[in-house]
Design a binder for this molecule. Structure first.
Ligand code: HEM
Length: 207
């Protein structure tokens, strides 16, 4: 951006150093932990349910093969992998309490008076299935890991692209399995602002 309207000349501008630093920080916090936590859930679930891992491998071999990297366009032809990623996001439910939202002023909404206070919204993710009987992918409106409305996740499409590309690239190259002797793979979550899997070890075996 130009210097015009910058910090020094216009005290009301939002373009100042603190805002730039905080916005950049937001992108790192909102964008990295979320995607990597989802991938940690995905790999854990693949180890827990090897028959599903097998089906993902088969779909990747059929649609992408081994000679090239996965591309975003491949997703359309990969309903099973798409459903696995959606199911991972549903099961992992990694931002279980959404983010707190606050009214900045006393507000009247559809007959309700909402004073100037913090109101916390809670996402409820219900039980839904993403596969049809014939293994087609089915979109579900109740799937809302990115929340909804004006303040929904700003990185939703980036996150979806990352999840598909990282997950299918990892699965193209590796079979994930627990280390020798490990038979118990707990799916217990550690809940903070994000909900993440209990730390686990894995073997990534080249396919
Ligand atoms: C699996 C990955 C992700 C999930 C599940 C997720 C989920 C969420 C949720 C639930 C919110 C709160 C929405 C609300 O307040 O109603 C949010 C906000 C936000 N997310 Fe994400 N997110 C993910 C990835 C990303 C990525 C990759 C970025 C950017 C690089 C990002 C940037 C943001 C930002 C900037 C906000 C605040 C939006 C606002 O307050 O207007 N997120 N995200």
């Amino acid at each position: 951006g130009g210097q015009e309207g910058g910090e020094s000349e216009n005290p009301k501008t939002y373009f100042h150093e603190e805002n730039l630093v905080m916005t950049t920080r937001d992108l790192f916090i909102a964008g990295m932990e979320t995607t990597s936590t989802t991938l940690r859930w995905a790999i854990l679930l693949m180890m827990k349910f090897p028959e599903f891992q097998q089906k993902v491998h088969e779909e990747i071999d059929q649609v992408i093969g081994t000679d090239r990297h996965p591309r975003l366009e491949d997703r359309k032809a990969m309903p099973f992998t798409d459903a696995v990623i959606h199911e991972t996001q549903r099961f992992g439910n990694i931002v279980p309490l959404n983010l707190p939202h606050a009214t900045t002023a006393d507000t009247n909404f559809r007959g309700y008076f909402i004073p100037k206070v913090i109101a916390i919204m809670i996402i409820i993710i219900i039980r839904i299935a993403f596969l049809t009987a014939s293994y087609g992918f089915r979109k579900r409106d109740a799937f809302m890991p990115f929340s909804a409305g004006r303040r929904a996740c700003a990185g939703e499409s980036l996150a979806k692209a990352e999840l598909f590309l990282f997950f299918s690239t990892l699965m193209q190259r590796f079979r994930f399995q627990p280390p020798p002797g490990v038979t118990d793979l707990p799916l217990t979550a550690i809940v903070g602002i994000t909900s993440s899997p209990t730390p686990y070890k894995l073997c990534a075996v080249l396919r």
